[in-house]
Design a binder for this molecule. Structure first.
Ligand code: THU
Length: 161
């Protein structure tokens, strides 16, 4: 038996001011779009803002539905819209923020498994790492690639010889 320990590189920052002006703009977009989420059932609002390599910022928030599985997470709303509108433009940054009653979560919200898989596909599709910033009141997490967020991911391209 072999045992492996998988490490990820996660950075923690204290303040939005630690980021570049452009990144701060994307962070602001994620915070603003969070409050526009349609979270009638969970009351948990999530905002995602995506920065494309051409400078465009696309935002998305969670959209819930009375038939629960029909809803969609903020990250996928933003990513699918970005990829639908700009199919040839890589994504360089994704910012996530979440909260309840217009109050940002204390800890940074981290994307669900399904969103991680979609984020990974986007990263692989353009062969460009996507930086991920997750914003909480208390701290801000940063990952430099989706690969950090989803070790041992499903990637059929790597399974065939
Ligand atoms: N949600 C997101 O938008 N992103 C995630 O990464 C996790 C969860 C949404 C789905 C649902 O509308 C609400 O948060 C509560 O789970």
């Amino acid at each position: 038996m072999k045992q492996y320990e998988i490490k990820i590189n996660l950075q923690e920052y204290q303040s939005v001011e630690d980021f570049t002006d452009e990144e701060q703009t994307v962070i602001k977009s994620a915070l603003e779009t969070k409050d526009k989420a349609y979270a009638k059932y969970s009351h948990f609002k999530v905002g995602a803002a995506v920065l494309l390599e051409n400078g465009e910022i696309i935002t998305g928030n969670n959209q819930e539905n009375a038939a629960f599985p029909s809803g969609l997470c903020a990250e996928r709303v933003a990513l699918f819209y970005a990829n639908a509108q700009f199919p040839d433009v890589p994504i360089s940054l994704l910012v996530v923020a979440a909260g309840q009653n217009d109050v940002l979560t204390y800890e940074p919200a981290t994307p669900c498994g399904a969103c991680r898989q979609v984020m990974l596909e986007t990263e692989l599709r353009f062969d460009k790492p996507i930086k991920i910033i997750m914003v909480g009141q208390n701290k801000i997490f940063v990952l430099n690639s989706v690969k950090e967020l989803l070790p041992l991911s499903f990637n059929p391209d790597l399974l065939s010889e």
